[in-house]
Design a protein around this ligand. Structure first.
Ligand SMILES: [Zn+2]
Length: 268
């Protein structure tokens, strides 16, 4: 069930059918090598969420592109909003989803650069006294055996972190018309390893990603194919459907949040 396709008078039935679970697919608009479109995370996040919601009924919020992407602002088409705005805006979206009747929100990210932003956002929830729970899940997360099957199929160990084997294959499956393989030099996605001596000792900086992958591609997309993309797409959709099931089955959060709110009113 896609939020934007529902009529207002269907809403309460859909909330009931979805067990109060709304999926919020989140990513960014950013360069994906020279061969994939800016909206690669958007196409993947939307399609996987839609498929997962068909397997395990839930409502999918329209794709939300205000994610963390400062590291790609040097490339055309990137929308890199301030982190303050990202936090405020995501909270207002979640509050609006709650106001419309959902009590469980799965913030399903299709973009690796949100890996710190969303958990940090969620860490403020105990301070905010909301009466809903928000969960986060990384859509590209694969099980060990799934990763093995993909590498065996493509005869490589390089899945690629960004615009590599995985993302390219999925786009070849979802939108082959938007993939231009001959526009990308396959060697550009190698690690430049700048600041590696610091990273090895656990020292990080805000330029971590740029230091390694300045061309905004990580991995070699050459072995990608639409057949592999279909396989990965189905794996991700099944995985997300399992997460929706788990969230629906969560009967601890509601009580626990109430308890925490009461305790917070009278700190001991
Ligand atoms: Zn991506």
């Amino acid at each position: 069930m896609l939020w934007e396709e529902l009529r207002a008078n269907q809403f309460s039935d859909c909330i009931r059918m979805s067990g109060g679970v709304c999926l919020l697919p989140i990513g960014v608009l950013e360069k994906h090598g020279n061969h994939l479109p800016l909206g690669t995370d958007m196409y993947t996040g939307t399609a996987v969420s839609k498929r997962a919601a068909e397997i395990e009924p839930s409502v999918v919020f329209p794709y939300y592109f205000l994610g963390q992407i400062s590291e790609a602002r040097h490339y055309a088409g990137t929308i890199a909003a301030s982190h303050r705005l990202l936090m405020d805006s995501l909270l207002e979206m979640c509050d609006e989803i709650r106001r419309n009747g959902f009590s469980k929100i799965i913030i399903a990210s299709s973009h690796g650069g949100n890996a710190h932003f969303i958990p940090f956002f969620l860490q403020e929830m105990p301070r905010l006294n909301r009466d809903y729970n928000a969960y986060t899940y990384f859509i590209p997360e694969l099980k060990k055996e799934q990763t093995r099957a993909i590498c065996d199929y493509a005869k490589t160990e390089d899945m690629g972190y960004h615009a590599g084997l995985t993302e390219t294959s999925i786009m070849m499956h979802l939108r082959p018309d938007l993939v231009k393989m001959d526009a990308q030099d396959p060697h550009e996605g190698s690690n430049h390893n700048r600041l590696a001596d610091l990273r090895e000792r656990g020292v990080d900086t805000g330029f971590n990603w740029y230091a390694q992958y300045p061309r905004h591609i990580a991995g070699d997309p050459s072995p990608a194919s639409s057949e592999l993309g279909k396989m990965i797409f189905e794996m991700m959709s099944e995985n997300l459907a399992e997460i929706i099931r788990l969230v629906k089955a969560d009967n601890v959060s509601e009580k626990m949040i109430k308890e925490f709110r009461l305790l917070g009113e009278k700190p001991q």
